[in-house]
Unconditional design. Structure first.
Length: 555
């Protein structure tokens, strides 16, 4: 990239001027008023050279002018660089850096639990996980997208208890009476009822505890025939079908594997038993625990007093299974931030079991997802914000705005609204703001692309094929366009999709300023300016594609 060439020229200048060859100058794209590129390397050299940053900057500015840099100015210790038109044009054809070529990455996200509702947090991790995977693939990595969910455990037992109660006993044939369009919702409602019974009724709690053991036996004995097993497998499938329906609606890339906890539990159990022999785990009050205090963490139970694997053991089994399947260079897990400390303990235990893979897992987290003015919600109480609620709110807001159904616009609105914020914090989703055609929204960027394509479609002249000299406004727009690859590399390095969002919005604003002050169609410079419009539209489409958003030619 052009920015790398300039960085190399700076290194050469520093070596020539000051005999220093161990400095990697930072070079960035500043606000256009300051130039095309800028560096603050003089501040880092000031202490070593015992000189003022401005003096160093002045000396380097003279030496850095060359083939790509037409002018360099020292200002308050910074060096502002002006690129040649030729260098800017060359930047347009540069491919995105393949920094992860040859690397294998596993991305695990979405992770809904069968028998429970698919809530807004799952919607968020699904959207973000898909885009993070897109970024990694664009950077050259081989990406394996996987999903994980609890098809065994106490939450399943709670749902099964309520299902059997609702059916009047273990009568799988009565499941045929459930409305096919409301199966996932019905199963989720049973979980809520079972949870309430578990908390309020001691007798129900004992029965649910017994059911929990029976559910594990279904798995170990591969029972698909008993009435209890038929209810379990049917309702589990209903959950998976509901999840797949959402993924299809969101138009995300399909998952390569779905790991159910029933598959990872045995691996986790075996790993804990082996760890006991190595004193990695220890027995405590009939259970098996990992003492995380040795790692600056806390103690967690991996096998309960009944000898059953806990969530910790199942997650441990999942880590082992992913390693067995892919021998990855990096494993990325995206979850809510309420399990940060929990995951640290699981990873610490795993790394003691398999120290050769230490440091190859990265945990990305997010906060709570709420609609504007929403209260804190809980899936246990049944007042959770569902993924379906977010979709319905966006559809209603868009219908109010344009009085018609626009699935692609609604999808762009939701995805962009979730992606434009840095991952990690709470997210307040405003449906009306998200569907707006003004401001920083997905539909606005779709409109921006459609507008650019419309300009190209109406033009009689063809885009210029030669890299002509540029007027100042043209130069400034094209410089914004070539900034994409640097932003992309940063987004990959930090795993932060919001950087792409911010860039695309700022690029669209730059184009608006250009278009307001410069005639495109019917101007003597039409051919050149049409080339700029074409490159602009291409960059918008490229960025929106990474975000999983369609770039329409018209709206």
């Amino acid at each position: 990239m052009i920015i790398d060439k300039v960085r190399s020229r700076l290194q050469e200048a520093i070596k020539e001027q000051f005999k220093i060859d161990d400095v990697a100058p930072g070079v960035s794209y500043p606000d256009p008023q300051f130039g095309d590129l800028a560096t603050n390397v003089a501040f880092g050299l000031a202490g070593r050279l015992k000189k003022a940053p401005q003096q160093i900057a002045e000396e380097l500015a003279k030496a850095v002018v060359g083939d790509e840099v037409i002018a360099a100015e020292a200002a308050n210790g910074f060096i502002n660089l002006k690129l040649t038109d030729e260098a800017i044009w060359k930047g347009v054809s540069e491919a995105a850096p393949k920094s992860l070529k040859g690397k294998t990455v596993v991305t695990e996200y979405s992770d809904p639990n069968p028998f429970k509702v698919l809530h807004a947090g799952h919607l968020y991790t699904t959207v973000v996980g898909d885009v993070v995977s897109n970024l990694l693939e664009e950077a050259g990595a081989t990406v394996h997208r996987v999903n994980f969910g609890g098809d065994v455990g106490l939450h399943v037992a709670k749902a099964m208890w309520a299902i059997i109660k609702t059916l009047g006993g273990e009568h799988p044939d009565k499941l045929a009476d459930i409305d096919p369009d409301k199966r996932l919702e019905w199963v989720s409602e049973q979980y809520v009822a079972g949870t309430q019974a578990y908390e309020d009724d001691p007798q129900a709690k004992d029965q649910i505890t017994e059911l929990n053991a029976r559910i594990y036996k279904i798995q170990t004995k591969a029972d698909h025939d008993s009435d209890f097993a038929q209810i379990y497998w049917t309702c589990r499938k209903w959950s998976y079908d509901g999840f797949d329906k959402l993924y299809e609606q969101l138009k995300i890339t399909s998952f390569e594997k779905y790991y159910p906890e029933s598959e990872t539990a045995a691996l986790g159990l075996d790993a804990v038993e082996k760890g006991l022999k190595k004193d990695i785990f220890e027995r405590s009050d009939g259970a098996v625990v990992y003492r995380g205090e040795q790692d600056g963490l806390h103690t967690r139970v991996f096998l309960n007093s009944a000898g059953l694997p806990t969530y910790e053991a199942k997650d441990l089994g999942l880590a082992i299974k992913k390693w067995q399947d892919f021998h990855f260079d990096l494993s990325i897990i995206i979850t809510a931030n309420d399990i940060i400390e929990y995951m640290k303990v699981v990873e610490a235990a795993w790394h003691r079991l398999q120290p050769e893979i230490t440091g190859q897992t990265q945990h990305l987290t997010h906060g709570m997802i709420q609609l504007t003015g929403g209260a804190k919600m809980s899936s246990r109480k049944g007042n959770i914000l569902r993924a379906a609620d977010v979709l319905e709110a966006a559809e209603a807001a868009n219908r109010k705005l344009v009085d018609k159904d626009q699935p692609e616009v609604v999808l762009a609105a939701i995805k962009y609204a979730l992606l434009k914020q840095r991952t990690g914090g709470n997210i307040i989703y405003d449906p009306e703001e998200s569907v707006g055609l003004t401001g920083n929204s997905g539909p606005y960027l779709q409109y921006a692309h459609a507008r650019a394509r419309s300009i190209l479609a109406k033009a009689k002249a063809a885009p210029h094929s030669e890299k002509s000299a540029l007027e100042p406004a043209e130069h400034r727009l094209l410089r914004r366009i070539i900034e994409f690859n640097v932003v992309f590399a940063q987004a990959v390095g930090e795993l932060q999709p919001h950087l792409i969002c911010t860039y695309l919005y700022e690029l669209s604003q730059e184009f608006n300023r250009f278009y307001e002050g410069n005639q495109v169609v019917g101007d003597p410079r039409s051919a050149v300016r049409l080339q700029l419009v074409q490159e602009y539209a291409h960059t918008l489409k490229r960025g929106l594609g990474i975000l999983g958003i369609k770039a329409p030619d018209h709206i």
